[in-house]
Each structure stands twice: as structure tokens, then as C-alpha cells.
Design a protein around this ligand. Structure first.
Ligand code: AMP
Length: 234
């Protein structure tokens, strides 16, 4: 029996706001039992608890702009050093600029790791605005709903807590358009940065979230099975 190499799942999701990357990332994390790390959620928590960081980033976030690369690098570096990331992680919302992509490569290289998967969520812009303006969040657990596609069982309430759902400050139409521009200018160039260097998988997320998650999970399973086969041939 060949010595089984440990499979790792260092994963990032790229995609415009509202492309479904958060939901897909969270489901993949639960499936693989590795942490789903949303930098947006981390920052929102800091704002909610008025930490130093929260106070510094609040205004930038409310305008739909990007938090400074150096702040983001430190935040992510600290998080990836925790023990629960040993088998991998699902990063959602980081990197968002070429500088952050380079920083992530450096952070991983320091512990002799590299990315295993880069998922790129593609969706048409009008569908995005429709999706985002209908997005609602549970302020207690962060669970995400959509008034069109992913409704709560009881109108306006989280399925897991009896708490009223809220709309994110930056999910209003004007801020959504601003966030799209920021995505096109800063984050889209990362797709070229990763092309040919990692397993880039483009996922059409116009489909239902279940279909999207199925594509993502199958990609991971196929990679695992290919690596296992190769190992057994040796
Ligand atoms: P998200 O929940 O991923 O849409 O992020 C919400 C907001 O948090 C963004 O509009 C940015 O203001 C900020 N943010 C989250 N991740 C990053 C990042 N990697 N770089 C810069 N700003 C970020």
C-alpha cells in the first residue's frame, strides 16, 4: 500500500459581490470540514464590536471601497496561522488585489504551502444587482438569505434564530454599482495572475446555488480521485 500523501484544500473564491461565492465557499467548507474565512465577515465583526480595526475600516466599507492591503495582509496572515487551517481553508473575499494575491503567495510559501484551487464565479451584472438588493442577513449568525432564490422559511426571520433579517448597509443599489467598479478594476486582474499557475475553475453562477455548489464539490472530488490514482500507480 503506497504511503498516502495528505490532500490539502487551500482554496480561494474570486467573484463579484453577489456572485454567490460566500454561499458556495461556506458550503464547501462545511463539506470538507475546513474553515470558511470571509474577510468581509471578519471586518464587519470588528466594526460591530468597535475594535481599533473596526473603527479604522468602517467608513471605507460603508462606501464600498477596499480596505488597505497591508491591514488585510496582517488580518489574513494571523487567521491562516491558526491550527484549524492545517488541512486547508476556504478564503472568501481575499485576495481582492494583485498586491493581496502576492501577499497570500508569500504567507503560504513561508509554511511551504501553495494554493490548491482558485474558483472564479461568473455572473451577468444585472443579475448581480438583483441578487444583492434582495440579499438579507441574520445579524446573529450571519446566515445569508435571498428574497428571490433563498427565502427564509418564515418571512423576515432567520431559520435558525427568531431574529429579524437585515439588509447590509453596502447592499443598496448605488453602493453595489460602486463595488462592481472596484471589483472590475482591482480584482479581475487577479484571474490573469492565477491563470496557468493553479487549478482555476470557472463556475457559471447564474444557475441555482445547489447546482453551483455541486460543480465546486465535484471539482474537488475529481482532483482528489486523480491524485489518489496517480499515487497508486507509483
Ligand atoms: P464582502 O463581504 O466580501 O463583500 O466585503 C465587504 C467589504 O469589506 C468590502 O466592500 C470591503 O470594503 C471590505 N473587504 C473585505 N475583504 C476585503 C479585502 N480582501 N480587501 C479589501 N477590502 C476588503
Amino acid at each position: 500500500m503506497p504511503n498516502r500523501q495528505k490532500l490539502t484544500y487551500h482554496t480561494i473564491f474570486l467573484g463579484a459581490p453577489g456572485s454567490g461565492k460566500g454561499t458556495a465557499a461556506s458550503r464547501l467548507g462545511a463539506y470538507l470540514r475546513i474553515p470558511h474565512i470571509s474577510t468581509g465577515d471578519m471586518l464587519r465583526e470588528s466594526v460591530a464590536s468597535s475594535t481599533d480595526l473596526g473603527t479604522r475600516v468602517k467608513a471605507v466599507m460603508e462606501q464600498g471601497l477596499l480596505v488597505n492591503d497591508e491591514i488585510m495582509r496582517e488580518l489574513v496572515k494571523d487567521r491562516l496561522q491558526r491550527a484549524d487551517c492545517r488541512k486547508g481553508f476556504i478564503l472568501d473575499g481575499f485576495p481582492r488585489t494583485i498586491a493581496q494575491g502576492k501577499a497570500l503567495d508569500e504567507i503560504l510559501a513561508e509554511s511551504h504551502k501553495r494554493l490548491d484551487f482558485v474558483f472564479v464565479m461568473e455572473i451577468e451584472e444585472n443579475a448581480l444587482v438583483r441578487r444583492l438588493s434582495n440579499r438579507r442577513i441574520c445579524p446573529q449568525c450571519g446566515r445569508v438569505y435571498n428574497l428571490i432564490g433563498l427565502k427564509p422559511r418564515q418571512e423576515g426571520l432567520c431559520d435558525d434564530h427568531p431574529v429579524a433579517l437585515i439588509q447590509r448597509e453596502d447592499d443598496r443599489e448605488e453602493t453595489i454599482r460602486k463595488r462592481m467598479t472596484v471589483y472590475r478594476e482591482n480584482t479581475l486582474p487577479l484571474i490573469e495572475y492565477y491563470r496557468n499557475r493553479y487549478l482555476i475553475v470557472t463556475v457559471n453562477s447564474d444557475a441555482t446555488i445547489d447546482k453551483t455548489v455541486e460543480v465546486v464539490v465535484n471539482t474537488v472530488l475529481e482532483r482528489d480521485s486523480t491524485l489518489r490514482k496517480k499515487e497508486e500507480e507509483v
